[in-house]
Design a protein around this ligand. Structure first.
Ligand SMILES: Cc1ncc(COP(=O)(O)O)c(C=O)c1O
Length: 445
């Protein structure tokens, strides 16, 4: 496959073999969140956003596996550094709760868990974060962020979250979720969670419509007011927020809201956990989405493109007691940690933060210039891009129409389509993806 010239080519979607695979999968699998009948053939040609399915259809993937494959398919920027090493068969090693090295000195050779944490602290130095706990998934990164925050404040019993939030599916994490009710319904939850509107109102505070601001005062500061509020700020264990909401609909905080959250958490010294699992790791053009805003997070959670879960903070926030945090497969296997490390290296080496910013702007311009019926908003930071539609039905039809043309997109929120091209996406690929997307929108209007 030549990435510089290949284009999506779809004949039969889903084809017979895809249908066969989907049926086989569902014979054993609990119902989950599979969106469309796309079955990737990982032995067939694929590179960057392009991939081939089991029936030979060539598709363009603008989901990057919901940000879990930030450099797309088979990217040589990761494959080549991996190929340089004589890979240890992961089967030889059990969990990561023993130290491991490839026989060379620290900082040299194949980066395992230690090499990954070294890089994570480098990219988090703007927040003075020097310590990491590695786990396996985003939800675990969130669980551990909550645990260290409770541990760090002996008075802490309250947790604060936002409408539209999504933090994962384990019991602790889902207690903080405020997006689809299917995630939480009838599951037991941690106690004393308070929620607030996530304000993305352009004219906030004066033109705020979501209820976060009443006049100049915010719902957060009113709730925490030591004289008139209902929650003693000293008893708040943490405030958790996605700096840019993902599953909730690619919602970007208004300036006034971001400033208010930053000021209130600072005023009362409340531990701010930034859940960067979807927005972080460079996707928005900065290593962490928080860097676009006045937030000064005390803890960051990351996962997805990192290949493992990471709870990142300052060493003082982590418990010292051995055994307070642990995970057999924390940092996945040796290979997962190396892939996470090489992803960070590639983003740095190839200037992909800058590329994300530039290509994201290109995509927004193309979609705005097309002046499409049914589209009510085009927005984004870097390559975290979202379009809103007039209705959920129209949105869902457009996702299907794009799929039929060989473009993979994903819905989120109520009426939003999110677009997450690989971070090294080229100008030509953005043009091609936008063209297919526009065709799909025009076909459904
Ligand atoms: C913001 C955010 N937090 C947490 C999670 C949970 O991550 P995982 O699915 O790896 O548990 C996700 C997953 O989409 C997410 O987007």
């Amino acid at each position: 496959m030549d990435r510089d010239s290949v284009e999506p080519e779809v004949t039969d979607l889903p084809g017979d073999r895809a249908t066969e695979w989907v049926d086989y999968h569902h014979e054993f699998s609990a119902p989950s969140t599979y969106v469309y009948e796309f079955v990737w053939d990982h032995t067939a040609p694929a590179e960057g956003p392009f991939c081939t399915d089991v029936d030979g259809n060539v598709l363009m993937d603008f989901t990057s596996h919901v940000a879990a494959a930030p450099l797309g398919y088979n990217n040589p920027k990761i494959m080549e550094p991996l190929a340089e090493f004589e890979l240890t068969d992961p089967v030889k090693i059990a969990g990561q709760d023993f130290y491991a090295s490839d026989g060379r000195s620290p900082g040299e050779g194949m980066p395992g868990a230690a090499g990954l944490m070294d890089r994570i602290t480098d990219i988090s130095s703007s927040f003075d974060m020097d310590t990491v706990f590695l786990s396996n998934s985003g939800a675990e990164a969130v669980e551990n962020a909550m645990k260290i925050s409770y541990d760090n404040n002996p008075l802490g019993k309250y947790a604060l979250t936002f409408e539209g939030a999504f933090h994962g599916r384990t019991l602790g994490a889902l207690s903080l979720n405020r997006s689809k009710e299917v995630y939480r319904r009838r599951f037991p939850e941690i106690a004393s969670v308070h929620d607030f509107p996530f304000c993305s109102c352009e004219d906030a505070p004066s033109g705020c419509e979501c209820g976060y601001f009443r006049g100049e005062e915010s719902a957060l500061s009113a709730k925490l007011d030591p004289k008139t509020g209902h929650v003693n700020p000293e008893e708040v264990a943490f405030l958790m927020m996605e700096p840019i909401q993902g599953e909730g609909g690619y919602r970007f905080p208004s300036e006034a809201f971001a400033r208010d959250v930053a000021e209130v958490t600072e005023k009362y010294d409340i531990t701010l956990i930034a859940d960067e699992i979807q927005a972080g790791l460079g996707r928005t053009g900065e290593w962490w989405a928080s860097e676009h805003y006045p937030f000064d997070p005390d803890v960051i959670t990351s996962a997805k493109g990192m290949r493992v879960g990471a709870t990142i903070s300052d060493t003082e926030i982590f418990p010292e007691e051995t055994g307070r945090l642990s995970s057999t497969w924390g940092a996945g296997d040796y290979l997962a940690a190396a892939k996470g490390a090489f992803t960070i290296d590639a983003i740095e080496e190839y200037d992909l933060l800058e590329n994300a910013t530039r290509r994201g702007q290109q995509f927004q311009e193309l979609m705005r210039d097309a002046d499409l019926d049914g589209v009510t908003s085009v927005r984004g930071k870097g390559l975290m891009l979202g379009l809103d539609f007039e209705s959920k039905a129209l949105r869902d039809d457009i996702v299907d129409a794009a799929f039929a043309r060989g473009l993979l997109l994903l819905a989120c929120g109520k009426k939003t389509i999110r677009v997450l091209p690989p971070m090294d996406v080229t100008e030509r690929e953005i043009e091609l993806g936008a063209e297919l997307f526009i065709e799909a929108i025009e076909a459904e209007n």
